[in-house]
Write a protein of this length. Structure first.
Length: 196
């Protein structure tokens, strides 16, 4: 328990295709400041990229299966009772682990959502929040999957933010939207505060 009396979650947070940026670290620090334990593995071995396209090209060069495997391996060292969180590309390992690794207590997907069928079925009672921008061309590809998950799982919430670019919640990259990012953080912290 958080000594201030609130609930505390243990979270593994996977970065997006631009790498483990200062903005991802800042988001993790914000969660940690609220009393949560946050693990932030680096799937790119220290490399970061100035734009999404270059980062995606790097992930393709590595192989998305390799990126996924690195994320899964990072979770193996941690307790089973985790919240799996990811930004964009990082949703891939987060969603796979949330759906397939026993013990998950929650999931937090930002800027992406894969079809549930990719990894089987959604675990009964597992809460999830999905956040994305309605004007984000990258998220547009996943919006149908996000709506399907939110519409079929009672413990799923979908939050759409108008006028936002991809990675709007990462304060260190182009497209950052401070107001939308602050609202996302507020919602995520409320969500994460539901576990003891």
């Amino acid at each position: 328990m958080d000594p201030r009396g609130g609930a505390m979650a243990e979270i593994i947070l996977f970065h997006h295709s631009q790498g483990l940026t200062p903005g991802i670290r800042a988001f993790a620090d914000e969660l940690a400041a609220a009393g949560h334990t946050v693990h932030v593995p680096d799937l790119f071995d220290g490399r970061t990229f100035d734009d999404v396209e270059t980062g995606v090209a790097h992930a393709q060069e590595l192989g998305f299966d390799t990126v996924m495997a690195r994320g899964v391996a990072a979770a193996e060292e941690l307790p089973a009772e985790l919240v799996y969180a990811g930004f964009s590309m990082g949703v891939m390992p987060a969603q796979r682990l949330a759906q397939t690794r026993p013990g998950a207590v929650g999931a937090l997907f930002v800027d992406a959502c894969l079809p549930v069928e990719e990894f089987g079925t959604w675990p009964d009672g597992l809460p999830v929040q999905i956040h994305g921008g309605v004007d984000d061309d990258w998220f547009a590809e996943d919006l149908e999957s996000a709506r399907a998950l939110a519409g079929s799982v009672p413990t799923a919430e979908l939050f759409l933010y108008p006028g936002t670019a991809h990675l709007f919640a990462d304060r260190s990259v182009r497209g950052h939207d401070p107001a939308a990012a602050a609202l996302l953080s507020e919602r995520a912290l409320a969500f994460l505060g539901t576990w003891a």
